[in-house]
Write a protein that binds this ligand. Sequence first.
Ligand code: DQQ
Length: 494
Amino acid sequence: MSKELLKQNIEKAQFEIDRKKDMIKSGKMRQHYHFMPQTGWLNDPNGLIYFRGKYHFFFQHNPYSGFWDSMHWGHAVSDDMLHWEYLPLALVPSEKYDNHQKGGCFSGSAIEHDGKLFLMYTGVTNEGNGYEQVQCIAYSEDGIHFEKYEGNPVLTAPEGIPTDMFRDPKVWKHEDTYYMVCGASRNNRGMALLYRSKNMLNWEFFNVLAESRGEWGFMWECPDFYPIGDKYVLTFSPMGSGDHTSVYLVGDFDYETGSFYSHVSGEINWGFDYYAPQSFLAPDGRRIMVGWANEWEWMPSWKDWGPTYKEGWCGSFNIPMEVRLMKDSTLQFLPIKEIESLRQGGQFWDNLVVTEDELELKAGDGVTFELKMKIDLEKTDADKLEFTLRCGEGKKTVCMFDFKKAEMTVNRNNADGWSKGISRSVMYLNNKKDLDVHILSDQSSLEIFTSEYQNNHSNNIFAGNFQNQLKVRAYGGSVAIKDIETYGLKDCYC
Ligand code: DQQ
């Protein structure tokens, strides 16, 4: 163990965080209620767990700059998943197997074992023979300070799996056995490998849980597997599958054979900025899922990381969502109910009729706000409803509900001089009386949920405070809105 090196690396990184964190707090583009790093870069959510009375979020982190580099694990705790106390870095590169500038401590998960908090993560290094990804363990008595296991790595890539395509372990316990699903690639097809262990330290390969037949890319990142109702859910982020950022499969699972029989598949999010989601169980039994609000440069619609690096940070999480199973085995993703505690200054309208004349609505300060409404489809004869958000000084984001085409689009080509792309999805309107719409706007993101939270668009827009108008109009007739409520949302980071 390189104890001295570890100590030095921790001190160096913590010094950097303490030096810059106040500056980042006053950044113009910082989020107001979405989880973000104190300084530097954040990507995947890691190790999400409710442990000893607190929510713990860990995250892929480069504390030094607003760009991806040598991965650390940041750590924060919360009572409500909205207000955060940052803790010391949980994992810092220090060992032969996880100390590399373009590697480090990659994604993984957390579990309670033997009264301790265990982390399982991917160590990444390169000693001249290409990148090597291995699975490692760290544990903590107090849930704050972590020690890497002397016997690391606990797993190396099995035969037939390239050493740079074996990462992101997600662990859970069933009866007296631990299980772990890990992302991998075989013959250029993404897959999820299943392992098991009796003691969290010695792991054996159990089965291939699922594998792409070509439709879901060449590598699956950040797989997650959990029971919901009487079904099992596998989620993953496929590399090389176009704009599919995060996918779910629902089916049945047999613990005797380790076989997963999936019969339903779906898109977790149709927006551009929803990647690498991970889930955990809240103490009240809710399955909560958190995703990283960004995308990688290898993705077809990637533009760049946005302007926030100039303020010394980059990256936030999407609002945590509760996952629910529908009768037909599809999934719903609802923003956590805790968000209601941030509401202030509500405005309500009953039976609002939207015509072709543009109407301006008020929602908080027009930047940090929530909007909920129900469109009465039976009393609507318009072809389209247009919502113009974060609008001002010639910039705008346009969300269009096209009832004829049953299509919803979010156009951010003119949003901020930075972002681009139109995210598109089908709306489920058949035999529906209402269409529900829920919008969460923050300084650098816009999340729109519709069709009973089965049709969600999370997109980053980097809009200034002057872009604070919210307008609505119809095309080809009128739209009847049954109820509409808007709220400002309190700042969680001031
Ligand atoms: N991000 C991590 C990897 C993972 C990827 C590296 C997904 O562990 O596969 O920062 O965003």
